[in-house]
Design a protein around this ligand. Structure first.
Ligand code: B4P
Length: 187
């Protein structure tokens, strides 16, 4: 089973993706974590990504598409995965759809975490104070929210036509939201 967790920055994709992947025994593929690790290690991917990442912009598809292809090709992901942080653009969605279709697979569920902008900003501000992530500055957060609306939110319409999008109220405790996801997926 392939499940995509979709939502604005700070909507809780990482938190809920982790819980869901553990419960279903699926690998979680998180493009943000992969990019952060690459930047930390100073690999060519990390060096290419850094200036976009720090500014809150999407790392260009020309850089990210190959990485996504490699991740989906990993043996652990052959029967399913929780996708956190991608697809995020039309080109990424096309790559994911095509790669899975070639394997006679498809995205089964899309969980759209619905959180107000006010709450998103509050959460990211709190995380900036504790973790100091380089893209949690007020300027980068504003840009990430703008980019989400412009590039990623249109994917909702793309997948809604397939009837696989579930809107999940993303405000409440982590456990309450996880329970709601369990109810929606049915396990
Ligand atoms: P990501 O790492 O994906 O970051 P994000 O979408 O901004 O989400 P984030 O991790 O911050 O928040 P989450 O929803 O998990 O991407 C960062 C950057 O990497 C992008 O800007 C881009 O540059 C690059 N990138 C990544 N993927 C890419 C791709 N496919 N293509 C191109 N570029 C890409 O929320 C977590 C926060 O909310 C935490 O602080 C958590 O404690 C809190 N939280 C969770 N649940 C909560 C709850 N119920 N109540 C209160 N707080 C909660």
């Amino acid at each position: 089973m392939f499940i995509l967790i979709l939502g604005a920055p700070g909507s809780g994709k990482g938190t809920q993706g982790r819980i869901l992947a553990e419960r279903l025994g699926l690998p979680k593929i998180t493009t943000g974590d992969i990019l952060r690790a690459a930047m930390k290690a100073g690999t060519p991917l990390g060096m290419q990504a850094k200036k976009f990442y720090d500014a809150g912009k999407l790392v260009p598809d020309s850089v990210v598409l190959g990485m996504i292809k490699d991740e989906l090709a990993r043996p652990e992901a052959k029967d399913g995965a929780v996708l956190d942080g991608f697809p995020r653009t039309a080109a990424q969605a096309e790559l994911v759809d095509k790669t899975l279709a070639e394997r006679m697979q498809r995205l089964n569920h899309i969980l759209l975490l619905d959180v107000t902008e006010e709450e998103l900003v509050k959460r990211l501000r709190a995380r900036a104070a504790t973790e100091g992530r380089s893209d949690d500055t007020p300027e980068a957060v504003a840009e990430r929210l703008r980019v989400y609306q412009m590039d990623t939110a249109p994917l909702i319409a793309h997948y809604t036509t397939r009837g696989i999008v579930h809107r999940v109220p993303g405000i409440g405790t982590v456990d309450q939201i996880a329970e709601e996801i369990k109810r929606i997926i049915g396990r």
